[in-house]
Ligand binder design. Structure first.
Ligand code: GLY
Length: 411
């Protein structure tokens, strides 16, 4: 079997490693891939012009790729699934209409409201003046979001009117986020614990994976700029039975009903970005792909054959290791702003599995950094504390100039 995985991060390396662990005879291809995926498959970047969905489909047809897995959302809004289907190619991910659950926040909120899915109160604005006037009626903090996903950057927390006005001006007048900011969503802020639940939807059944929590900010204690994720733990320590039942009743089940009623039928992942407050669970957002670094954190706990999960039209029973997982993201100092690459990395060969490459490559037998996020190190333990300890112990083996990582993942 030949499988193509789309994306260039630790998530795609983790998906590839898990597939090979369960199915050693599968041949893997990655686009664009990274220095880690290159060691377990073939990066096909040289054959495809700059993220051309059509060329990816033609490559897959010509090379008899049996299955494609969309890792990164970048491909979804470029209609990869619709294009692959038009060539009769099998692909895991939502078609364009369904991908709007992630790519069009206005649509996503409309869907949540229509199907009674519990989400923070909000208003949508097309017009700058209306958005500014609305602030007079509201208590702070408020969350201001671009309608489009703006590479994950279009979510701004504002603590007072001055900050909110500045954010609205930047989005709607200065067009800092381009077309993504043509509409904005102003949402009530909720205090609580964020949690992620990734599910697989096969058009008939929706199956949740184990919960996780990612650490999005660059600085310890969740301060500073948003990043692609600086670490994660799984399962989420706050996800007890009561909260799980609340999630199922008020978020998961009505989402399923909405998907079926709206005929948003696809085979792919739905990621629920949640806020657990002291009394209830709220849905902040959907993503229509697996999370990064949640994927790297939870796949080592999955006992099922991942390939069965993403190809079976039956109801799936999930089985998980009775362990905890902690993922530390080693990054280049300066990320998510400016940072240097090309730094020589030592210690990769002495790392204990599992670990995943997100931005490094082998160059003349030496590993060098190629990106802001460089390596994801996983610790597995019988307790959450043990998993954290193991992850940090393993992380200490890695050295490169300007290495930065958060010391508080799991706390
Ligand atoms: N970890 C958040 C995301 O993948 O969007």
């Amino acid at each position: 079997m030949k499988i193509l995985i789309l994306g260039n991060g630790g998530r795609e390396h983790a998906i590839g490693k898990k597939i090979l662990k369960d199915n050693p005879f599968v041949r893997l291809y990655f686009y664009p891939g990274n220095g880690g995926t290159n060691l377990i498959g073939i990066n096909i970047g040289n054959y495809i012009n700059d993220y051309s969905m059509l060329e990816l489909a033609l490559f897959s047809k010509k090379n008899n790729i049996d299955l494609t897995i969309v890792g990164s959302e970048v491909f979804l809004m470029k209609k990869i699934v619709d294009i692959f289907h038009s060539y009769g190619l099998r692909i895991i991910g939502p078609n364009y209409l369904s991908a709007r659950l992630e790519g069009d926040r206005g649509f996503s909120k409309f869907f949540m409201k229509k199907y009674g899915i519990r989400t923070p109160n909000y208003e949508i604005f097309h017009c700058y003046d209306d958005a500014i006037n609305y602030l007079d009626k509201k208590k702070f903090p408020l969350v201001i979001k671009t309608n489009g996903i703006a590479s994950g950057k279009g979510v701004l927390l504002t603590n007072n009117k001055k900050e909110a006005k500045k954010a609205i001006r930047e989005i709607m007048i200065e067009k800092k986020f381009g077309k993504s900011g043509e509409k904005i969503i102003i949402e009530n802020f909720l205090q609580g614990e964020e949690a992620s639940i990734i599910t697989i939807f096969n058009g008939k059944y929706i199956t949740p994976f184990i919960s996780s929590k990612d650490y999005k900010k660059i600085g310890e204690n969740e301060i500073g700029l948003n990043t692609g994720g600086m670490g994660a733990i799984s399962p989420h320590p706050h996800m007890n039975n009561l909260i799980w039942m609340d999630f199922k009743k008020n978020i998961l089940d009505p989402t399923y009903e909405g998907l079926i009623s709206e005929k948003l039928i696809f085979f792919g992942f739905i990621y629920f970005g949640l806020m657990i407050t002291c009394e209830k669970v709220y849905l902040l957002e959907y993503n229509t792909r697996m999370g990064d670094p949640e994927t790297q954190t939870l796949l080592p706990l999955m006992k099922n054959n991942f390939l069965n999960i993403i190809t079976s039209f039956d109801k799936i029973d999930m089985f998980w290791e009775q362990l905890y997982s902690c993922c530390i993201v080693l990054s280049s100092k300066g990320y998510p702003k400016k940072y240097e690459i090309g730094k020589i990395i030592s210690g990769i060969n002495s790392l204990k599995e599992p670990f995943y490459i997100s931005g490094a490559k082998k160059q003349e037998e030496k590993w060098v950094t190629t990106s802001g996020r460089v390596i994801n190190i996983i610790g597995l333990g019988n307790t959450i504390n043990e998993s954290i300890k193991i992850a940090y112990k393993n992380a200490k083996k890695i050295k490169f100039d300007n290495l930065y990582f958060r010391k508080d993942i799991g706390s």
